[in-house]
Design a protein around this ligand. Structure first.
Ligand SMILES: [Zn+2]
Length: 138
């Protein structure tokens, strides 16, 4: 039995866009630009878990990004329309501006959260994967 403690919590793994199984491998390839937002690894480089669970898997992440959109919309609506009573065009303009700026982050975090709903932490995932790789070489 392994006494390995998680390198980070689940919330920290999501915040840092790490693999939900080992919480150490990166989900996305480096070099984040707007055009490369969806540049995701096929497998975890540390534990080997597949990030492509099945074709169309990440369609479900749209529900997460929808929730994030509502989480942006509601406070902005309350502040601009109820507290400061700004014109509606100011609210809509600021909403679309904020959403446009946050699209890459919302996209990546919604995928990280969605994947973590289906892939659970294993404390010995990295050791098992290393052993499998060594066994495959022999
Ligand atoms: Zn991993």
């Amino acid at each position: 039995m392994s006494t390995h403690t998680p390198p980070r919590s689940l919330s920290s793994a999501i915040l840092h866009l790490k693999c939900p199984r080992c919480r150490e491998g990166d989900l996305f390839k480096p070099g984040s630009t707007l055009l490369k937002t969806a540049n995701m690894y096929d497998r975890c480089e540390k534990c080997g878990v597949s990030f492509q669970q099945e074709p169309g898997f990440y369609y479900g992440a749209m529900y997460i990004s929808y929730g994030m959109g509502v989480a942006i919309f509601m406070p902005l609506f309350i502040v601009t329309q109820i507290v400061f009573e700004t014109p509606w065009w100011f609210f809509l303009g600021s909403f679309f501006l904020i959403v446009a700026i946050l699209i890459p982050s919302v996209f990546r975090y919604s995928r990280a959260i969605y994947l973590s709903l289906f892939v659970y932490y294993h404390d010995d995932a990295i050791e098992k994967y290393k052993k499998e790789c060594e066994d495959a070489k022999v």
